[in-house]
Design a protein around this ligand. Structure first.
Ligand SMILES: [Zn+2]
Length: 336
C-alpha cells in the first residue's frame, strides 16, 4: 500500500452501477444465467473500451441489464462499499440510477431501499445517495423519480443529480423538477460541461441552481465562465480518467483540471465509474502527481476541498475534516 492508497480519501462523484468490481459483475452475470456476448471475464473487460462518449453511454445501458433483482442491487452496493473501504475512501456521495433498472419490474423506491440495505452491511464507511434523474428519460419521468425519492429520503438520500445525454436533453427541461427537489431540501448537482460545452454549465447554474457541477471541465473553453465559477466558489466534481476514456480530452497530461485550479476554481478529484474506466481514486491522484506535477500539498488541499464541498451537515463535515486531517497516513513520506 503506497502513500496514495493509504491517504484518507473523499469521493463526491461515483456511480454505484459504474463501480461494480468486474469480478463481482461477472459473478452476477453467471448468477442470472450467463450471457453469450460475454463468455469470460476477459470478454467482459473488453466490453469496457469506448470509441466515444455515446458509445460509453450505450455500454452503460447494456451493463445495467444484468442488475435484475432487488437482491442484485443490495449485493452490488455492498460489493462497491467494500471496495471503497478497502481503498481507504472514508466518505462517499454516490450516484445511483434506479430508473435504469426499472425495466426489470423494480420500482424506484424499492430499488433505493435495496441499495441502502447493501451499503449498511459494510461498517466504517458513510455513503450518501444522490439519485440520478437521468436526462434521457425526460422531465416527466424525472418528476416521477423525484416522487419516489421523496418517499424514501430516510434511506440516506441527500440529493439528486442529472447524468446521461447532456447534448440532446438540456438542463432547461429539468428546471421545474430541480426547483421542487430544492424546495424539499435536497441538494442538487448535474453533469454538465462533459458531453456539451460551456452553455450547458451555464444552464445548470441558472436553470437548475446546482451547488456543484459534475465534471464541468469544458468551462475551460470560456474564460468568463471560469471566472464566474471561481468567484462563486462552485465546486467541480472532476473525473480525469473518465474524461480521457470517453474522449472528452485527448490525453491525461492535457486535462484542464490543473488550469482550472490555478485560475481559482474549486476542483475535487473523483473516479466516476472506476470499474468501467479501469481507474481508482488513489490512481487519479497518482497520475496528477506524475503527469501534472501536483505536490503532496496539492493532493491534501484537494481532498480537504472535497470535504468542504460535501453535503454533510456542518457538524458532521467538521468531524470528517478533523478525522481526515488527523489520519496518520499524512505522516508518511509521499511515494509518487
Ligand atoms: Zn458521472
Amino acid at each position: 500500500m503506497d502513500w496514495f492508497d493509504a491517504l484518507p480519501k473523499v469521493e463526491l462523484h461515483v456511480h454505484l452501477e459504474g463501480a461494480i468490481p468486474l469480478p463481482f459483475l461477472w459473478t452476477l452475470i453467471q448468477r442470472n444465467g450467463g450471457d453469450a456476448e460475454v463468455p469470460s471475464l476477459a470478454a467482459l473487460e473488453q466490453r469496457f473500451h469506448y470509441r466515444d462518449f455515446h458509445h460509453f453511454l450505450r455500454t452503460w445501458v447494456w451493463k445495467n441489464r444484468f442488475l435484475r433483482t432487488l437482491d442484485d442491487l443490495s449485493d452490488v452496493s455492498e460489493a462497491v462499499a467494500r471496495s471503497f473501504a478497502e481503498q481507504h475512501i472514508v466518505y462517499v456521495e454516490a450516484h445511483c440510477s434506479p430508473i435504469d433498472v426499472r425495466d426489470h419490474g423494480i420500482n424506484i423506491a424499492d430499488a433505493i431501499r435495496a441499495y441502502r440495505r447493501g451499503l449498511v452491511r459494510v461498517p466504517g464507511i458513510t455513503v450518501g445517495l444522490i439519485v440520478d434523474l437521468v436526462r434521457n428519460y425526460g422531465a416527466d419521468e424525472a418528476e416521477r423519480t423525484l416522487d419516489a425519492v421523496l418517499r424514501v429520503r430516510d434511506q440516506g438520500v441527500i440529493g439528486i443529480g442529472l447524468g446521461g445525454d447532456e447534448l440532446h436533453y438540456p438542463a432547461q427541461d429539468f428546471a421545474a423538477v430541480f426547483a421542487r427537489a430544492r424546495s424539499a431540501g435536497l441538494h442538487v448537482t448535474a453533469h454538465a460541461g462533459e458531453g456539451a460545452g460551456p452553455p450547458s454549465i451555464r444552464h445548470a447554474l441558472t436553470d437548475l441552481a446546482v451547488s456543484r457541477i459534475g465534471h464541468g471541465v469544458r468551462a475551460i473553453e470560456d474564460p468568463t465562465l471560469v471566472q464566474e465559477l471561481a468567484e462563486r466558489g462552485i465546486p467541480l466534481e472532476v473525473c480525469p480518467t473518465s474524461n480521457l476514456r470517453t474522449g472528452i480530452v485527448r490525453s491525461f497530461a492535457e486535462h484542464p483540471i490543473s488550469r482550472l485550479r490555478s485560475q481559482g476554481v474549486v476542483v475535487t478529484v473523483n473516479s466516476d465509474d472506476p470499474a468501467m474506466f479501469g481507474c481508482s481514486l488513489a490512481g487519479e491522484f497518482r497520475r496528477l502527481v506524475a503527469e501534472h506535477h501536483w505536490s503532496a500539498q496539492d493532493v491534501r488541499a484537494t481532498i480537504l476541498a472535497a470535504v468542504e464541498a460535501s453535503w454533510l451537515p456542518t457538524d458532521q463535515r467538521e468531524s470528517l475534516r478533523r478525522s481526515v486531517i488527523g489520519d496518520p497516513a499524512w505522516l508518511r513520506t509521499p511515494t509518487p
